[in-house]
Design a protein around this ligand. Structure first.
Ligand SMILES: [Ca+2]
Length: 255
């Protein structure tokens, strides 16, 4: 790995007064939040940030994303880091992704669809990721967000929405979750899990024989390195993106 003086300066600033002792030769840092270790090829250019979270899945969330320190959690879910102020925070980022995981871009625009439903988008309305922060379901147009729900919606063609997780430490991550169509005109999507940019699971919602709920099997356990990325991706199911709002109930256990 390659770490510049600028990198350390950024790191120190981002973590405030926390003292971090790092070693050369890939031994890592004694501080538990040391997760910005890039691949052996080294793509991290420090504060100016060009690491792209490519197919190796190692690095920051992506070049377009704010750099934020991770949060150590054994039980993680995207709603814990969804905020209206930043599309990348803690262990989760919300953005668009093409057919190559290296194309991930953090969303730039946030707006309220309703007093308790917040939406992150790029330059277009879709793809997007949204959250209902209330304790009640909320219906907007043809979509109904259950209480507390995170949802995502694809764009057109290969432009998809991604809920991206960055491992706060190394270990075996239990990937759990279910995805539900929440549009009354029938959501038609395909949801995938990508690890190191490669698909490790996919499920169909009201297309290709799938029903309205697609559930990740309970044996999807992935060995992750600190800083590695896992993408939860939704596409349009091959029939266009109309009425494709999809609830994403995601849970990652990393003991
Ligand atoms: Ca569709």
């Amino acid at each position: 790995m390659r770490r510049s003086a600028e990198w350390y300066e950024w790191r120190t600033a981002s973590l405030g007064p926390t003292l971090i002792l790092c070693f050369s030769s890939g031994m890592g840092c004694v501080h538990d939040l040391s997760i910005f270790a890039d691949s052996a090829a080294g793509t991290d250019s420090g504060r100016t940030g060009s690491d792209g979270g490519g197919p190796t899945g190692v690095g920051n969330f992506g070049a377009s994303c704010a750099k934020t320190p991770p949060v150590l959690r054994e039980d993680d879910s995207p709603q814990l880091d969804f905020s209206t102020s930043a599309s990348a925070a803690g262990n989760w980022a919300f953005g668009s992704i093409g057919s190559d995981a290296r194309s991930f871009r953090c969303f730039e625009m946030n707006r309220q669809l309703a007093p308790t439903v917040s939406l992150w988008t790029g330059s277009s309305t879709e793809p997007n990721v949204s959250r209902n922060t209330s304790m009640s379901s909320v219906t907007i147009g043809t979509g109904t967000w259950p209480a507390g729900a995170v949802a995502f919606h694809p764009g057109t063609g290969t432009v998809r929405a991604s809920i991206r997780w960055r491992a706060p430490r190394s270990g075996r991550a239990a990937i759990r979750g279910s995805f539900t169509g929440i549009d009354r005109n029938r959501t038609t999507t395909t949801v995938s899990v990508l690890h190191r940019g490669a698909m490790v699971w996919s499920g169909n919602i009201n297309v290709s024989g799938g029903g309205n709920i697609a559930t990740i099997p309970t044996d999807l356990n992935l060995d992750v390195n600190a800083g590695e990325l896992i993408d939860f991706v939704v596409n349009d199911g091959g029939n266009g993106m109309s009425n494709d709002n999809t609830q994403a109930a995601i849970n990652i256990m990393l003991p």
